[in-house]
Design a protein around this ligand. Structure first.
Ligand code: EPU
Length: 338
C-alpha cells in the first residue's frame, strides 16, 4: 500500500472536477484498509471514501485522507432452488455485478443496469431505478468502523434504508466504510416492468418469454439514450432528489400546473418529478459558462469541460431558487458535496 501526497482527483470523480487530495491511498483488501486508517498521521485527519466517484461534487481540495476502495471479488456463497446469495467486494464496478447476475438469470438487480459507481457505494444512497431499489435485495453488508478500526456487519433493517438514503449518509457519515455486500437474488425472477417506458420497449420486442437479460438490455438502452455518458460529459446522474409533498400541496400544484408529473406514494404523499419542475422553470438544456442542465434530462447537471465544483454549486443554487419561487418546494441534493 502506497500513500501518495497532493494527488489530483480529476479522473476519480465522474463530474471530472479538478481537486487535490492532501493524502491518497488505494486499498484492495480489508487488511490494507485497516492499516491505512490506523496510521498515526491519519488518526485525526478527515477522511473521504471514494468508490466510483459517481455521486460526489468536489468544491475544493481535500485536506485529509482520500481512500479509494478497490476491493475485488464476486462469489456465489449459497443457493437453493429459489434464491441465491452473492457476495461482492466494495470495489467491484456495479454494472459488472449486474452483468454477472443477469447472465446467470438471477433476478433482482436487472433494473439497476448501467448505474455508474461501485458496489460499495450502492448501499450508501440505496441506488434505485425503474421500480427497483438496492434495499429490496440487500441481505447484509460488511465494513469497517473507522474509530474502532473494527469489522462490523449490518443486516438490511439496520441500514435504515429510504429513498436515496441510509444510515451511512446520516448518523454514520464518515464513520463507516463498506467492504462488501451480500445480495439475496431470485432464481425464479418476477420481472418489474412497472415503468411505462420499460414496458413499452419490451412489448416492441415481441418476445415469447421475457428474461432478466431482456429487461437489462432495454434499461441500458433507455439510459444510454437519455443520460449523458460521464466519460464524454462530466456528470453525477440525478443532482437532486425527487421531492415528496403531501396531498394538499400536490393538489395546489396540480391546479396551477395540470400537466404536473407525480407518483402517489403508499403513505398518501406524492413524489413530484424534479426534472419536470426544473424544465418548467426553463433550465432544460440551458448552459451557464462550463456547466448546464442536460438537454435530455434536466435533473442532471453537466460539466461541459473545465468547470469548477463551485460553478456547479452556483448553478444548482440558481435552479433551487427558481423551483422554490415557482412551486414553493425546496429541492434537496442527491449528490454528496465536499
Ligand atoms: N421529466 C421532464 N423533464 C425533464 C426530466 C424528466 O418532464 O427534464 C419527466 C419525465 O418525462 C418523466 C418524469 O419526469 O415523466 C421522471 O423522469 P425519469 O423517468 O427520467 O426519472 P427521474 O425521476 O428524473 C429517477 C431517478 C434516476 C432513475 C430514474 C428511472 C431520482 C433522483 N432519480 O429519475 O436515478 O434512473 O428515476 O427510474 O430518483 C440517479 O439517481 O442518479 C438516477 C439517474
Amino acid at each position: 500500500m502506497t500513500i501518495l501526497e497532493n494527488i489530483s482527483l480529476k479522473n476519480l470523480n465522474t463530474f471530472g472536477l479538478e481537486a487535490k487530495a492532501r493524502y491518497f491511498v488505494e486499498t484492495i483488501s480489508e487488511e490494507e484498509l485497516k492499516e491505512a486508517i490506523s496510521y498515526d498521521l491519519f488518526k485525526h485527519a478527515s477522511k473521504l471514501v471514494l468508490g466510483g466517484g459517481s455521486n460526489i461534487l468536489l468544491t475544493a481540495d481535500f485536506d485529509g485522507l482520500v481512500i479509494k476502495i478497490s476491493i475485488p471479488g464476486i462469489k456465489i456463497i449459497e443457493e437453493d432452488k429459489d434464491a441465491v446469495f452473492i457476495e461482492a467486494g466494495a470495489g467491484v464496478v456495479w454494472n459488472y455485478l449486474v452483468h454477472f447476475c443477469v447472465e446467470r438469470n438471477f433476478g433482482g438487480i436487472e433494473n439497476l443496469s448501467l448505474i455508474p459507481g461501485t458496489v460499495g457505494a450502492a448501499p450508501i444512497q440505496n441506488i434505485g431505478a425503474y421500480g427497483q431499489e438496492l434495499k429490496d435485495v440487500l441481505y447484509l453488508l460488511k465494513g469497517i468502523s473507522i474509530s474502532e478500526v473494527k469489522e462490523k456487519t449490518f443486516q438490511n433493517d439496520e441500514c435504515k434504508f429510504d429513498y436515496r438514503d441510509s444510515i451511512f449518509k446520516n448518523e454514520l457519515k464518515g464513520k463507516f466504510i463498506v467492504t462488501s455486500i451480500i445480495l439475496r437474488l431470485s432464481r425464479n425472477p418476477k420481472l418489474n416492468l412497472s415503468y411505462g417506458s420499460v414496458k413499452d420497449e419490451i412489448e416492441k420486442l415481441n418476445l415469447k418469454q421475457i428474461t432478466v437479460r431482456d429487461v437489462s438490455n432495454v434499461i441500458s438502452n433507455i439510459r444510454r439514450r437519455k443520460l449523458p455518458d460521464p466519460a464524454v460529459t462530466g456528470n453525477a446522474g440525478s443532482y437532486f432528489r425527487n421531492p415528496e409533498v403531501d396531498e394538499i400541496k400536490f393538489l395546489k400544484i396540480k391546479e396551477d400546473f395540470p400537466d404536473v408529473i407525480a407518483h402517489k406514494q403508499v403513505n398518501g404523499n406524492y413524489k413530484i418529478a424534479a426534472g419536470w419542475m426544473i424544465e418548467k422553470c426553463g433550465w432544460k438544456g440551458k448552459r451557464i459558462g462550463n456547466t448546464g442542465s442536460h438537454a435530455k434530462q434536466s435533473l442532471v447537471i453537466v460539466n461541459y469541460g473545465g468547470a469548477e465544483g463551485k460553478e456547479i454549486l452556483m448553478l444548482a443554487g440558481k435552479i433551487k431558487n427558481s423551483v422554490k419561487q415557482k412551486f414553493d418546494i425546496v429541492l434537496t441534493e442527491e449528490v454528496n458535496i465536499y
